[in-house]
Every structure is written in C-alpha cells, then in structure tokens.
Design a protein around this ligand. Structure first.
Ligand code: PA5
Length: 411
C-alpha cells in the first residue's frame, strides 16, 4: 500500500479543508475515468493484456533468456521509459548478473548507436522495436541500423529475431512486420505510450530481464484500492501549483529508483504540460544533489515543491564491529530533515512511501501514478492523453532535414 503524506512537510501551504473542497470535482473526474471514454483502457488492468499475450510474452522471453542473448529495445518516450525504469529497479548495481536488455532508438546520438552496433557485432541479439505510430524518427532510424546488422549476422534467421510491438492494424511498423514476417505484439489502440508500461510494450522487455510480470500486474490491479489516495495526491499537487509552485521535483534517496523518477517525469510532463499550464516535473537524486541543486531548493525562488519517494525497507549496512550504526537509518533521517529544512526555505514536500522495492509494490506505484497524472490533467481542464506540443519541432526538422530524411524513407 502506498502511503501519501501531504501534511507533515507542507506547512500552511496545504490544509485538509482545502483538499476536501475538491471532493465533488474529484467524484466527477472518477466518473469520467470509470466510463473509460477515449484512451482510458489502462484503467482496468484485467483487460489491458490478455492471458494469451502474457503467455506469448513469457515464451519469447524464455527463448531469449535460454539463448543467453541480448535484447535491444528500440523505442522512444513512453515506448521505453517504463521498461527501463522497472528493469533498473530490479537490476544489481554490479557484477555478472546485469540485465541483458539494452535500449536504443530514443535519441539521435551517432556515438551511442555506433558503439552499440560494434558491441553487438559479435554478440547474439534480438530486437524488440516498439512504436505505436510506427513513424517515430529516432526509433525508425535506430531500427534500420540494427536490422541491417542483424541481417548481416543472421541472413537466414533474422526474421525470428525481431519482435515488433505496434498498433494492431495501422502504421508503417505493422506493414513492415507483415511484409517481413516478424513476430508481433500489440499496443492497444486506446492506451497511449506513457500509459503503456503494463501492456506488451513494457511487459515483454521486463520479462526478458527476469522480472516477475505476474507480480507486477497483481500489484497494479491492487492499485485500484489506492485510487482515492492517488487522486488526493493529484489534488495536493494542484493546490501547490495554484499557489505558485510550478516545478515539482521527484526526489529520490535510492539510486535504484532513479529510472522510476524519469518515467514519472515523462508521464506527468506529457500529460499535464499543455495549454500554457501545468507543473514542470524534474528529477532529483539525493543525497547526491544536496551538494548541487540542493542549494537552489533551499534558497532559490519559491517555485518548487518536492514529491519525495521513501522506501520503508531496503538492504541496510552496518559495520562489522559496530552494530549501532545503520546507513539505511541515516539516509531516512536525512530525508526527513531535508524536507523540514526545505520547508523553512519555502520548498514544501509531499512524501510517498512504498513498503519495499518488489514487483508488486512497483506495479501498484505505476498504477497510482497513472491515476494521479490523469486526474491532475482533468483538474487543469486539459486532455491527459494528447501531446500536441511535440509537433512544432517535428515540422521544423522535416523542413530543414528533408534531404536526410528522404534517404531513410520516413513517413
Ligand atoms: O507517451 C507518448 O505517447 C509518447 O511519449 C510516445 O510514447 C513516444 O512519442 C513514442 O511514440 P511511438 O510509440 O508512436 O513511437
């Protein structure tokens, strides 16, 4: 169960009675969500992914793991951030058991892609290309390069090493997959990229990394019990925003969960940053950044609030000859004292607590964030599920790089 605390470290900026004033608005929003109008198919986890799909995911994941192969996930934005976040949460920091799931197709770094291609040249690998539209520039380009290498390495067997996750019917990736005979998985048409981590988009790479997807889904299903808390979190954020706190810092005290913050950043920013309104989400890793942006949090302009992720149980570390020192306990004390100090500097904090880092709790937390983000957008009276703001730069790129884009036959 996720615990929400928006009163302990927000001073007078949030009161219980202000929260209660939102009650009727929240009821209306819940009704809208429950009716599952457009793009709300993520709401019922029971129906977002079928048993057959789960079986397919597990079978192909098993095949890749048994072959001891790498899986290169090629996708951008909502098509990769969720899987990356979950995999990082459950991967060891060091050693031989590092995940064999790699990511590409989310930027245009020629350095990264060249090094990835040479790294893979003597490795056994599969590609999971993920794109709902089928025409995302970064994804299409990386896929072309990786497919070229795959074809060179496995001229007779490359088809079997590509899994395309895309729309059921539409888009160029669906077309290419049909022509080539790639294995495919479906991104449900009524679920947008940033709400898709619990569909084959996220579940497949997560399963390849050896994370228990059944537990993840179980947790997400249980997330329905926390709907009211998730909505209250959205309300608390809205209250702070309306008091001039325009920036929300997703603050972490555990490195392992930094990917989760990046995933949340994309979810909230693309859901709420529109129509000249919305909170700007940023990510903050502590205690590292107490020696960096912490200065700004304490002493900069009063535009910032924090949503701090607290994890109640993590591996502790004690000295062999001194049982009285606990590193985990110290980290928690710092978390609390920083929240108090920041409040004195007019940076309030909301604390979200997860009991421990396991698949069930992360599934629940994912669902919790879906609800909070969507409700936040409804409170702001913007559409949670579009992203009109990403078109402007694309048009300029099309105009100015047409001579390059023509070479690779993008839509
Ligand atoms: O959340 C979103 O909808 C976006 O971030 C998309 O996931 C991202 O732009 C990638 O789109 P596509 O899956 O069509 O390649």
């Amino acid at each position: 169960m996720i615990n929400l605390d928006y009163l302990s470290f927000t001073g007078d900026y949030i009161t219980k009675s202000e929260i209660e004033k939102y009650d009727s608005k929240i009821e209306q929003i819940l009704n809208t969500i429950q009716k599952k109008q457009s793009m709300l198919d993520w709401f019922d986890i029971d129906t977002t992914v079928s048993e057959q799909e789960i079986e397919q995911i597990k079978n192909i994941a098993k095949e890749i793991r048994e072959n001891d192969a790498y899986l290169v996930v090629v996708g951008a934005g909502g098509s990769f951030l969720g899987a990356k976040a979950v995999i990082e949460t459950f991967s060891p920091y060091f050693g031989n058991n590092l995940s064999k799931v790699l990511f590409a197709g989310y930027d245009l770094s020629s350095e990264y892609l060249s090094e990835l291609l040479s790294f893979l040249s003597d490795k056994n690998f599969y590609i999971n290309v993920i794109s709902k539209s089928g025409n995302t520039m970064e994804t299409s380009i990386a896929f072309k390069f990786l497919l070229q290498l795959l074809k060179e390495k496995y001229p007779n067997d490359y088809k079997n090493k590509v899994i395309a996750t895309t729309d059921k019917q539409n888009g160029k990736l669906r077309k290419i997959s049909q022509e080539e005979g790639f294995r495919t998985m479906i991104i449900p048409s009524e679920i947008g990229g940033r709400y898709s981590v619990l569909t084959p988009v996220g579940l497949f790479p997560i399963a390849v990394a050896g994370v228990d997807i059944d537990k993840l889904l179980e947790g997400a299903k249980a997330g329905k019990q926390s709907i009211h808390s998730a909505m209250e979190y959205a309300v608390a954020r809205d209250i702070l925003y309306n008091k001039g706190f325009f920036v929300e810092s997703f603050t972490n005290y555990e490195k392992r969960a930094e990917g989760i913050a990046l995933w949340r950043q994309q979810l909230f920013a693309e859901t709420q940053g529109k129509n000249k309104s919305g909170i700007l989400p940023i990510c903050n890793a502590n205690t590292t950044n107490l020696h960096s942006v912490g200065q700004y949090y304490q002493d900069g302009p009063d535009i910032l609030f924090e949503s701090v992720l607290k994890i109640d149980k993590l591996k502790d570390l004690k000295f062999k000859n001194n049982d009285n020192f606990s590193l985990f306990e110290l980290n928690n004390i710092v978390l609390k004292q920083v929240a108090l100090a920041h409040l004195q500097g007019n940076t309030p904090s909301i604390i979200l607590t997860i009991p421990e880092l396991n698949e069930f709790n992360i599934g629940e937390f994912i669902y919790y964030n879906f609800i909070s983000a969507a409700v936040g957008a409804y409170l702001q009276q913007v559409n949670p599920f579009d992203q009109p703001g990403v078109e402007a730069y694309k048009n300029l790129v099309k105009q100015n790089a047409s001579y390059l884009l023509e070479q690779i036959d993008l839509d």
